[in-house]
Design a protein around this ligand. Structure first.
Ligand code: GCV
Length: 650
């Protein structure tokens, strides 16, 4: 494993090297002096004021930092009031205090001085989680940043890197992490057995110090694979006893465990269907075993038929999650959280928001995003997901409540992590903005994407104005750019099957995955209205109405919802075919501009970062041209319609 790692946005640099005065940290006995909040403040102040004399509780000092726990604040809430002579930071618990310290440090580092600040903040989303798809052998499913730093050759690793990772997560507000892949394979199946307990306990202690709960993905058939039983039937009492014993044993060894994440009856994973049971039966059986320890079951709603016959046009994968789980609303125990991917398919660059968010009124929900850029350029392309995630959180479900956005209906948010043992953690330095931004958005979703990225840029790259403007421009435009040169108008799935990198518009067309575009010489897209698959009807009014007709469907989702002729005129005034051609040329031009802009930063940012970026922008541009030419040629050959601007379509 690579043990060299960058500090990312937690690299504290001197703020005032000439300051030689006394700096006092004051905290009453109920604050843990050895806890993370105090230690982070000390680490930061020692680096920011390298010549200052740091003391505890001195009566007279040039700068004073007071830390305390306040009963009037909730667990993760904090207040900060500060000026140029110091700060008073209060938290509802040590955790809130830690968030307050990080918030304060963010502020002064962004401002470049000890600024005046007054703030009271409570996180908007209760559970803010990262899902790692790490395998016990050290590989990472859909990992684009090296190998796992949690596992190596079947062993669990806890080292300096783990501690820094926990700090990074905590500093942006993440409070939970699942360390292993939802496809539980190989040695990971036995994570819930004796041989792993001591390392799990060490890891959970490191996490807990930084306010992070450790979660594990489990194999639903563990009674068989681990316990040697003949069945994993959730309604079989011997199976529930097995889980109760297992969970008791696990919590004895790892008392701060958060709970389990489960992918069941999905893409070959075992689940309750094998026994004629439903997902509520499966989830509740585990939930009851975890309840005495306040443990949670995060149960994924990513369930669909992955062995579909492409000739069967009545079956629509998009409907599967809704049809499976909506009838179970109200059947789940209180400590089950249903984790729903942001869209009904699978993390495409553009999908409608999942209709389950508007349907499940009596079930705790988590929204699941994917920071690992499986379908969005695999961290070779820059694709900042923060504006998209923000839009999704703000999306109105029209579920009849006065507060009806996705943010209003969820109690948790999870993201598939984009990290690995790369020196810079995320393959590309710019991809770290997605990690940082996800945490910050879940904490304070009222912040704009620009605010968050601005903050991340200044913490990571410092205050150079040209660097700031350039990166902000690239990051804010990057999702649209990626969408433009890849999949137009909500189409999706034009990528190469399997690894999902590069264009192949017919790659998924005659396969079993339920991911079709149905492009022919006249038209493209799927009719998902009541005349077609009926998917649009799964939304509440007026969404079901709007999505059912090309006249009211937003352009960006048109081909997802409506089968449309190439000469259909969009709201933008362009025909579908001209939009396809134009967006592919535009996206490519943007990619060219990004590469040029990045080059202009040479000498202004660290050379290793610059060179890493240069290689990636060159690959992005090569790949964007490939996408442009393959997709344009594909639609040109099918439709026979020329580009009105006369450009070469191959
Ligand atoms: C972990 C997609 C990915 C799989 C992933 C799955 C999931 O199908 O390609 O690698 O499996 O989603 O979210 O479970």
């Amino acid at each position: 494993m690579n043990t060299i790692f960058s500090k990312l946005w937690l690299d504290y640099r001197p703020l005032d090297p000439s300051f030689t005065g006394r700096v006092a940290i004051r905290c009453p006995s109920r604050v843990d002096r050895l806890g993370a909040a105090v230690s982070e403040l000390i680490t930061a102040l020692s680096a920011m004021l390298p010549a200052a004399e740091l003391t505890f509780g001195a009566d007279s000092a040039a700068m004073i930092f007071e830390l305390d726990i306040a009963d009037f604040l909730s667990e993760e809430e904090y207040t900060v009031s500060s000026d140029e002579r110091g700060a008073a930071i209060l938290g509802g618990t040590e955790k809130g205090l830690l968030y307050g310290v990080f918030a304060y440090l963010r502020e002064i580092r962004s401002a470049g001085s000890f600024v005046r600040m007054s703030r009271r903040v409570r996180p908007a989303v209760g559970l803010r989680m990262l899902d790692h798809w790490d395998n016990a052998d050290g590989s990472i499913e859909r990992g684009y940043s090296g190998r796992s730093f949690f596992f190596e050759y079947g062993r669990l690793i806890v080292n300096e890197r783990t501690e820094h990772y926990a700090r990074l997560l905590s500093s942006c507000g993440i409070n939970a992490a699942v360390i292993n892949n939802v496809n539980v394979r190989g040695d990971a199946v036995r994570l819930i057995s004796e041989e792993y307990y001591s390392e799990l306990a060490r890891l959970s202690a490191v996490f807990a110090r930084w306010g992070i709960s450790l979660y594990i993905s489990i194999d639903f058939s563990a009674p068989i694979s681990v316990g040697g039983m003949k069945t994993a039937d959730p309604l079989d009492t011997s199976v529930s006893y097995w889980w109760q014993d297992k969970v008791r044993e696990l919590y004895r060894a790892v008392p701060s465990l958060g709970g389990f994440l489960v992918k069941a009856d999905s893409e070959g994973q075992p689940g309750p269907y094998a026994y004629g049971r439903d997902h509520a039966d499966g989830a509740n059986m585990l939930a009851r075993a975890l309840k005495p320890y306040n443990g949670k079951v995060i149960w994924r709603a990513f369930v669909y038929n992955c062995s579909q016959d492409w000739r069967d046009s009545r079956t629509d994968r998009a409907c599967a999650g809704y049809r499976t789980f909506a009838p179970l609303d109200g059947h789940f125990d209180g400590n089950v959280i249903l984790q729903v991917k942001n869209g009904p398919m699978d993390f495409q660059v553009r999908e409608p928001v999942h209709p389950l968010f508007g349907a499940m009124k009596h079930t705790s929900l988590a929204a699941e995003f994917q920071l690992a850029q499986e379908y969005t350029g695999q961290q070779l392309h820059v694709c900042c997901l923060i504006p998209m995630i923000r839009d999704i959180l703000g999306f109105r479900t029209y579920n009849g409540s006065s507060a009806d956005t996705v943010l209003d209906v969820i109690s948790a948010a999870a993201a598939v992590a984009n990290t690995g043992d790369d020196t810079c953690w995320t393959g590309s330095e710019l991809a770290a903005a997605n990690l940082y931004g996800f945490g910050r958005l879940c904490f304070e979703p009222q912040l704009s994407a620009e605010d968050i990225l601005d903050e991340w840029i200044s913490l990571t790259f410092g205050s150079d104005e040209q660097v700031r403007e350039t990166l902000l421009y690239i990051l804010l435009g990057s999702h649209k750019t990626y969408e433009d040169y890849t999949a137009p108008l909500g189409l999706g799935w034009l990528c190469k099957p399997g690894h999902h990198y590069g264009p192949d518009p017919w790659g998924y067309e005659f396969d079993r995955w339920g991911t079709y575009n149905h492009a022919d010489r006249d038209a493209v897209g799927i009719d998902r209205s009541s005349n077609g698959t009926g998917y649009a009807e799964l939304y509440n009014y007026p969404l079901c109405r709007d999505y059912s007709s090309p006249e009211t469907c937003p352009d960006e989702l048109l081909l997802f919802f409506c089968r449309t002729r190439y000469d259909h005129v969009l709201h933008s005034g362009k025909t579908v075919i001209q939009h396809i051609y134009d967006s592919h040329f535009d996206g490519c031009e943007q990619a060219e501009e990004y590469a040029r802009l990045w080059d202009s930063l040479e000498g202004r940012i660290d050379n290793r970062i610059f060179e890493n970026g240069r290689r990636r922008f060159a690959e992005q541009l090569r790949s964007a041209r490939e996408w442009r030419d393959v997709i344009n040629a594909f639609f040109h050959r099918l439709s026979g319609i020329e580009d009105e601007k006369g450009r070469r379509l191959y």
